[in-house]
Ligand binder design. Structure first.
Ligand SMILES: [Zn+2]
Length: 192
């Protein structure tokens, strides 16, 4: 899987031969499309996409180009899952979050369980790297207040705000956070 900001951007990279295989760093070429996916956006809205697929010319592996608004193997958008994590960071339990966001309790509980300490630390590291790179003074001004998830979301949001402000990116903040975290606000099940 390769996370892309937008399909148009993926085309530009592909045409320039600039997209690399995540397995071996070889050059990739277009290789049809993945299956059509309909995912849930905030509230009852849905988004339907048919992600492009690429194949590596060196190792032969195929990879799906995942738009950053989407999450790997999840039926809800980055924004939806991000909002659920933000509620958790403020102390809400899965039942209240499910009610607030109009999602089944079992779904929300599954999400929150995938926000493991190990994974949140990894996300924090991703956010730190980006924020230090573009706005080290902002990074230095953020103090850790004892809540890892809240701190991590604060770092990731600050990076998105600075990216938009400094570079004029028009992507919604959650889409940028999806890039920093490589389409994984939640840890994949097989990684524990
Ligand atoms: Zn390869």
């Amino acid at each position: 899987m390769i996370v892309v900001r937008r399909p148009e951007e993926a085309d530009t990279y592909l045409d320039a031969g600039a997209m690399r295989c995540p397995s071996c760093q070889g050059r990739v070429a277009r290789w049809g499309y993945g299956r059509v996916r309909t995912v849930r956006s905030l509230g009852t809205a849905t988004v339907t996409v048919r992600p492009q697929r690429v194949r590596c010319r060196d190792c032969g592996a195929t990879h799906i180009l995942l738009p950053t608004a989407l999450q790997a193997r999840r039926a809800d958008t980055t924004e939806v899952i991000g909002n659920a994590l933000a509620h958790k960071a403020k102390g809400m339990g899965f039942r209240r979050i499910a009610e607030r966001m109009d999602r089944p309790e079992s779904t929300v509980r599954r999400w929150l369980r995938r926000a493991t300490d190990e994974h949140v630390q990894w996300m924090c590291h991703q956010g730190n790297q980006r924020l230090i790179q573009i706005a080290s003074e902002v990074f230095s001004a953020i103090r850790y207040a004892g809540n890892l998830l809240l701190h991590t979301l604060c770092i990731l949001s600050a990076a998105a705000v600075e990216d938009r402000r400094r570079f004029g990116f028009t992507d919604p903040p959650w889409d940028l956070i999806g890039i920093y975290t490589q389409g994984r606000l939640l840890s994949p099940p097989h990684r524990g």
